[in-house]
Design a protein around this ligand. Structure first.
Ligand SMILES: *Cc1c(COP(=O)(O)O)cnc(C)c1O
Length: 360
């Protein structure tokens, strides 16, 4: 018997979410973002489920090679571009397009003589992470256009604050970024601006393509809005079984550091999921899990391979019962919030040792 933990990936949810994103994207093309093992869902599963997308976007050439080996023949884009001159040969061989965000990349392209290569110019409009200043874009275009074999395919920017709850704090941030972008958009090169949040909430962000990540996996980019409200379906359900039950007397503690103390005689279930599976050790007492239709609170510190929950009020839960850590019944954003992070981090950090089971 394998250890009783798995992440079920719902293939129909993935394809449904792609349809939903496509409807919101209008006539813009859809790059399905599949970095971090398709946000933990398995690159192979994503390649199949997103076959209707125009392209895959990732950050690792190795992903591109794997996607090709799974049969992906359409476009692939490296969102951070190449990292080294040695990347250019496989880039051309695999027919992968690349972001250009810095002058050092242009210098490598000039020196390499490797071609052909399709490039996308990244513009920093206020995220202040990757990209050229808007004023530099004409110079960058001219330099790239002069390199034999290089084709400029789009102008790309990335929003810092397209989520409604971020925007509530900084209401002008998207419009400020769009204003800064406008001198770089002279109508000759297509634009690729929107991430999931901008696709969902900022219809004024136009362009000819979008880069959809978290929404494709059925997770809301903003934890104040549910997946249901957005018409998307969570595709990952992380579940593990109860492998032991302890009857704990009042005053006894549970787990490392004796963090949690029973205030009443308690039935404590031991679940086969720990921080080595990607369930954060920072999760506090009271964090929700879901078992037999009810919420069971986490009690005590998460161990490497196990965690404990209080099932005193769920008498039908017992050894063998399946506990949902997050998924269709328990939104990953709600779980993430309990330990001060976002759903993105939990799904992406799912450990490789957790088997992915595909539900067709
Ligand atoms: C990860 C990423 C995306 C996708 O973001 P979501 O919020 O998951 O939709 C889009 N663009 C870039 C540059 C990214 O790195």
């Amino acid at each position: 018997m394998p250890r009783p933990i798995y992440a079920e990936i719902d293939a129909q949810a993935l394809t449904h979410n792609l349809k939903r994103v496509r409807a919101l994207a209008g006539n813009r093309e859809v790059w399905a973002v599949v970095k971090a093992n398709a946000y933990g869902h398995g690159l192979d599963n994503a390649v199949k489920a997103f076959e209707g997308a125009e392209g895959l976007a990732t950050i690792d050439l190795d992903d591109a090679a794997r996607a090709r080996s799974y049969g992906w023949t359409k476009r692939i884009l490296l969102l951070e571009g190449f990292f080294d001159a040695a990347d250019l040969e496989p880039l051309a061989q695999l027919n992968v397009e690349t972001i250009i965000h810095s002058d050092w990349q242009i210098a490598i392209l000039k020196a390499s003589g490797v071609s052909p290569v399709g490039v996308h110019i990244k513009v920093n409009t206020g995220m202040n992470r990757l990209g050229f200043a808007p004023d530099d874009v004409n110079r960058v275009k001219a330099e790239l256009a002069a390199i034999p074999g290089v084709t400029i395919l789009s102008i790309v920017t990335h929003f810092a604050n397209a989520e409604p709850s971020y925007l509530a704090e900084k209401p002008t941030s998207v419009s400020k970024q769009l204003t800064r972008l406008s001198p770089a958009m002279d109508g000759t090169v297509p634009g690729c601006m929107a991430n999931s949040a901008a696709i969902l909430w900022r219809p004024e962000v136009e362009g000819t393509s979008v880069r959809a990540g978290v929404a494709l996996y059925g997770v809301s980019p903003d934890h104040h809005v549910t997946s249901e409200e957005l018409g998307i379906i969570p595709a990952m359900t992380l579940a593990a079984r109860i492998i032991a039950v302890q009857n704990v007397a009042e005053g006894e503690t549970v787990g490392y550091g004796a963090r949690w103390t029973a205030k009443r005689p308690s039935r404590i279930a031991v679940v086969a999921c720990g921080y080595a599976d990607g369930y954060p050790r920072t999760m506090p007492d009271g964090a929700p899990t879901w078992v037999n239709g009810k919420i069971a609170p986490l009690v005590g510190a998460v161990s490497m391979d196990m965690l404990e929950i209080d099932i005193t009020d769920i008498p039908d839960a017992d050894v063998g019962s399946l506990v949902e850590l997050w998924g269709k019944n328990l939104p990953v954003n709600r779980v993430a919030q309990a330990c001060g992070t976002i759903g993105y981090e939990l799904i992406c950090a799912l450990a490789l040792r957790v088997p992915l089971t595909l539900k067709a």
